[in-house]
Write a protein that binds this ligand. Structure first.
Ligand code: ADP
Ligand code: MG
Length: 259
């Protein structure tokens, strides 16, 4: 299933300092939203608020109309799954063990995995092309394979929203494209921070451009990613044309002349 997400006036402070301020946007069920912006813009902080790791200083986050902080932790875990940059320490777990962790919010106490859990795990494993790797240890996998395992774990959670913090980090271009292609049409609403504006433009329905903890724009890639806004956020000059296959804006960057 997929849920809509509505964020209103969201701020998070570290002590006195605002790390993100007055962030508002909404995502429709099943859409893919790319969060883009320079290093230190507040992307990870925003995502941490969205998956309820950080409690906002102000503002609201509603998932299908319900404020996430009013949900029981278990219900929240059934609605929101994460794929984070830090991967779990490898305690000799196999791919299948990791995907099984996604079923935790549905299990009663220490009950064994049931047929329903197994069916969800198998679906997630197939969706992420991991069928031949289920017995392998996480440590023995390539970066792209590990990332697919983390997404399979998230899918096994049957979430309404999946939040990913720079899922393409450390992947070569082939594996970046492969991952983003697999992520399209997953079912749940997808919110992912991405470094590469060309990838964000090609794969996301909507983008949220953050700089200095504030929203510079939100909308379709073509609406948000103007040369002016890109300059304001990243301090680079950009040339924009259209990617013929997708019709999405395509960018070439250079340092501004004043440097
Ligand atoms: P991004 O993911 O866009 O690179 P982050 O959300 O990680 O940005 O960080 C935004 C800014 O907030 C950075 O300057 C970072 O140092 C600062 N920051 C993040 N978390 C904390 C914290 N817990 N305490 C103090 N400063 C923080
Ligand atoms: Mg970050």
């Amino acid at each position: 299933m997929a849920a809509g997400l509505e964020v209103q006036g969201l701020s998070w402070h570290a002590g006195e300092k605002a790390i993100i301020s007055d962030v508002s946007f909404s995502v429709s069920p099943g859409e893919t939203l790319a969060v883009v912006g320079p290093n230190g813009a507040g992307k990870s902080t925003l995502l941490r608020c969205l998956y309820r790791y950080l409690k906002p200083s102000a503002g609201s986050i509603r998932i299908d109309g319900e404020e996430i902080w009013s949900l029981a932790a278990r219900d929240c875990a059934r609605k929101i799954a994460t794929v984070l940059q830090e991967q779990p320490a490898d305690f000799g777990l196999t791919v299948r063990d990791i995907v099984a962790l996604g079923r935790t919010p549905y299990r009663k106490g220490l009950s064994a995995i049931g047929a329903g859990d197994r069916a969800m795990m198998d679906t997630a494993i197939e969706r992420m092309n991991l069928t031949g790797l289920t017995g392998r240890h996480l440590a023995s996998l390539s970066g792209g394979e590990k990332q697919r395992v983390m997404i399979a774990r998230a899918l096994a959670q049957e979430p309404d929203v999946i939040i990913l913090d720079e899922p393409t980090n450390h992947l070569d271009i082939r594996h970046q494209l492969e991952l983003l292609t697999l992520m399209r049409g997953l079912g749940p609403t997808v919110i992912a921070s991405l470094h590469d504006l060309n990838l964000a433009s090609a794969f996301a329905d909507r983008v949220l451009l953050l700089a200095g903890g504030q929203v510079l724009g939100t909308g379709t890639p073509a609406e948000v990613l103007s040369a002016e806004r890109i300059h304001e956020a990243f301090k680079v000059q950009s040339f924009i044309d259209v990617e013929p296959a997708t019709g999405a804006p395509r960018f070439t960057f250079q340092l501004p002349n004043e440097i």
